[in-house]
Write a new protein. Structure first.
Length: 558
């Protein structure tokens, strides 16, 4: 969660049941956030214990896979399938796909236009390029029909469709319409060309994770009466229906098609499940290790002027570099922020030049000197992101470097921005995010940068990478005989640094001599949860379901 937090204190192993506010005490964000985390953990654990790893209610079983056929055109160069509405639980987490019916009032202009009785509040999918289902709500026998929306008019409450739907005339039946979700039109999964379906067999699965939402992504969070400032952020559950190519194999007795499915790339599934994700150690060690445990170097302190929450985040997925020779092109990289990656600047517009620079016009340059871009920001590394970029977990563009800042025109010029693939016309959560890594002398623990991000290095156990002000990290090598670590984009570690103690808050363990050493931690997130939905076959552009792998349960009050 890239929010402006002091720290994250929830630990399920402590078995705390609630947070008790005491009178006359200082209020901290961490206490309130821990209370919410405790309740959420208990609810999800209860659901997982009752339901199991995955399952949905039999009367509202969601995320079915079905063929998409319309009477008119379909999206260009697209093989698609329908994702059924309903509920489904994965590891106790509720995934919802709601699709409310709206009554059709009239067919005002021809057989391919309908007028709904009311325009639903919010965004229910009545958008150009999305599909709807037209059906008979009176219990008749007229089969439901899918149609592609080619035009909308919310004021007149009309939808222009690609299909003749006159057989649902309100003079004979009680027609209704509802938006439907398809693989290629998911709200939170911008499907790339690499993800589009081709001929063959595919395993269809759910990938769900939590994403931080601020006023930049959803301006309704801000209270307009405050005239600009934002308050609390939100956490949103993102679910994405994805596919793996492979071969469908007839399951043995007691198996499902998903269990017998043979993927084309077994290593990809291991990486998906987070196998060997690597571990990190953080500390404020002395520059030289003394043989006397009672002698502490004066440099063995956090020397920053303020309390900070450092964030170390994997930028490019891949294996670590061993620090010898030239780093491979696929080596993993990381970026870090002293403010938990929360320093962002909403972008009004930006453009690229042929010389590799980018000119970015910002809404503001930050709320104060601490979080603002100033002339002294020259050389800082920043990242241009939007909603699509955040939702594509394996996408890692090169970072841009601040060249100049015009505080009057609110304009920033970036060098090394040629590799940024964000669409300049994007209107969805377009921001400039600030990161704090700097290149340094490798022999002294300085960082080696690649496209603006630092290389993940696994080497000598005595070699530490210094972020700043005495805060040092070390990526741990795998144990002897274990597979190579594979770092996954978006994985992160949080390191609270405190001026009162001159140290970072990091768990330690005592060795046989009673000396405390920092322990290596697995990533704190992003926590992905997965569930297999079914196996499909694509033949001549037609999708057919080979096997449904969803689990279901009945209601207790039957």
């Amino acid at each position: 969660m890239k929010a402006d937090l002091s720290r994250q204190t929830f630990d399920p192993f402590k078995r705390f049941t609630r947070v008790l506010t005491q009178q006359g005490r200082v209020q901290l964000d961490a206490d309130w956030n821990e209370q919410a985390a405790i309740l959420l953990h208990q609810l999800r654990t209860l659901a997982a214990d009752l339901i199991g790893p995955q399952g949905g209610p039999v009367d509202n079983l969601g995320f079915s896979i079905g063929p998409l056929t319309t009477g008119g055109s379909t999206l260009e160069d697209a093989i698609d399938f329908v994702i059924g509405a309903g509920h489904y639980y994965v590891d106790g987490i509720l995934c919802e796909l709601d699709s409310p019916y709206v009554p059709i009032a009239a067919f005002p202009s021809g057989a391919k236009q309908i007028q709904v009785q009311y325009w639903p509040p919010g965004d229910v999918g009545f958008r150009i390029g999305r599909y709807v289902e037209i059906s008979d709500g009176s219990g008749g026998v007229t089969p439901a029909l899918y149609a592609l929306i080619t035009g909308v008019d919310p004021v007149l409450r009309t939808l222009q469709l690609d299909t003749d739907v006159s057989k649902f005339s309100p003079t004979t039946v009680r027609p209704r319409v509802r938006p439907i979700m398809t693989y290629l039109t998911q709200d939170d999964y911008p499907v790339t060309s690499d993800d589009k379906l081709k001929s063959g067999d595919f395993l269809v699965y759910l990938d769900l994770w939590e994403r931080l939402i601020t006023f930049v992504e959803d301006d309704s969070i801000r209270e307009v009466a405050l005239n600009g400032p934002d308050t609390a952020a939100r956490a949103k559950l993102v679910w994405q229906v994805k596919t793996f190519a492979g071969t469908a194999i007839q399951p043995r007795e007691g198996q499902t098609y998903c269990e017998s499915f043979k993927t084309s790339d077994p290593g990809a599934i291991a990486g998906l499940l987070g196998a060997n994700r690597g571990r990190l150690t953080a500390t404020t060690p002395p520059n030289s290790v003394s043989t006397d445990p009672c002698v502490i170097s004066p440099n063995a302190r956090y020397r920053g002027p303020e309390n900070q929450l450092y964030r170390v985040e994997i930028h490019r997925s891949g294996p670590a570099w061993n620090g010898v020779g030239k780093p491979p092109a696929e080596a993993a990289t990381f970026k870090w922020s002293r403010e938990n990656g929360s320093v962002i600047y909403p972008i009004v517009s930006f453009s690229r030049s042929s010389d590799g620079t980018a000119t970015v016009v910002l809404e503001n340059l930050g709320r104060d000197d601490r979080f603002g871009l100033a002339a002294g920001s020259d050389g800082d590394w920043v990242e241009i992101v939007d909603d699509d970029y955040e939702l594509q977990n394996d996408r890692a563009d090169a970072l841009g470097q601040v060249q100049t800042v015009d505080r009057v025109a609110l304009t920033v010029t970036l060098r090394a921005a040629r590799a940024c693939t964000i669409d300049p016309n994007s209107v969805k959560g377009l921001v400039l995010r600030s990161w704090d890594q700097k290149a340094g002398e490798a022999s002294d623990g300085g960082l080696t940068l690649s496209e603006g991000a630092a290389l993940v290095i696994e080497s000598d156990k005595d070699q530490w990478l210094e972020l700043e002000d005495g805060v040092k990290i070390q990526f741990q090598e795998p144990d002897v005989g274990q597979p190579q670590n594979l770092y996954r984009r978006g994985d992160y570690w949080l390191i609270p640094a405190r001026t009162a103690t001159g140290a970072v808050e990091w768990p330690t363990a005592l060795d046989s001599k009673g000396v405390a050493h920092p322990v290596a931690k697995a990533p704190e997130g992003i926590g992905h949860h997965y569930a297999a939905l079914g196996v499909i076959k694509v033949n001549n552009g037609v999708v057919s379901l080979q096997g449904d792998c969803r689990k279901k349960f009945g209601a207790l009050a039957k």
